[in-house]
Design a protein around this ligand. Structure first.
Ligand code: ADP
Length: 234
């Protein structure tokens, strides 16, 4: 039984969020997204010529996505460098971003999206995807919509939104469902499942995710608006 959340949140409540764009002056576009104690910074470069050339696609841009967890992002220093998990997460991010960015507008070009997790307390792929999407918008890439991503799941008998690491580990492991949406299109871009859940409960998890993503979406839009209103003043 999990009746009271460790951090006192309601079951459908997101952690505290901070979002800002334009945090990396040397990138074409960038963003920082923080949700509780999980934080990701994304930097976007391009569109540029494809290197190496054999990755080139005649009908669209190629997205080169990198996900990296900083050694200091977790209590027991993460091993530096890219491991299998990092590669899998980069692939997951790339698949979602391919459907959000209008890649068909840049044939034979390459867009580099680098995401660094500075602090990890579960949900890093979701924070990374949200940060990457804001950074792409900041870079002025044409997009079908911003991506808003959050995890949901089941702890004991309770369906919950935005799990912490402590919650993920509760009683041998909760069910974790990372999700991503294109909110204004009503499309789901990512749905992963780690653990077991009934069809009925999965529907409830997705519903919670959708509501959470809508709140994240508003925060992303506010951050982008702030950036562009500051720019027009200077
Ligand atoms: P996500 O971060 O998207 O939830 P995982 O389910 O793979 O992805 O990881 C869950 C959490 O486990 C991470 O957010 C982080 O808090 C922790 N974690 C992942 N990899 C490591 C690692 N190498 N060392 C310590 N903690 C880790």
């Amino acid at each position: 039984m999990y009746e009271q959340r460790f951090d006192g949140r309601k079951f459908d409540e997101l952690r505290k969020i901070e979002a800002e764009v334009g945090v990396v002056p040397n990138a074409k576009g960038s963003a920082r997204f923080r949700i509780g104690n999980t934080e990701a910074i994304a930097a976007v470069y391009g569109p540029d010529e494809v290197k190496p050339r054999h990755f080139e696609k005649m009908d669209r841009a190629v997205l080169m996505v990198k996900y990296d967890m900083m050694p200091f992002s977790v209590p027991d220093r993460a091993k530096p460098g890219i491991d299998r998990r990092d590669m899998e997460i980069a692939e997951v991010l790339m698949n979602a971003l391919n459907r959000a960015i209008m890649v068909e507008e840049f044939p034979q070009m390459m867009i580099n999206i680098n995401v660094y997790v500075t602090q990890a307390d579960a949900g890093t792929r979701c924070a990374s995807l949200t940060a990457a999407s804001m950074a792409c918008a900041d870079a002025g890439l044409p997009m079908r919509d911003l991506v808003a991503s959050v995890a949901g799941g089941k702890i004991g008998d309770s369906v919950v939104l935005d799990l912490t690491k402590e919650e993920e580990d509760f009683e041998g492991g909760a069910t974790d469902v990372p999700m991503a949406f294109l909110p204004s299109k009503g499309e789901i871009l990512l749905l992963q499942l780690d653990g077991k859940v009934s069809k009925e409960d999965l529907k409830k998890v997705i519903e919670l995710g959708k509501e959470g993503a809508q709140k994240i979406y508003e925060i992303e839009r506010e951050a982008l608006k702030r950036r562009f209103s500051n720019e027009s003043k200077s």
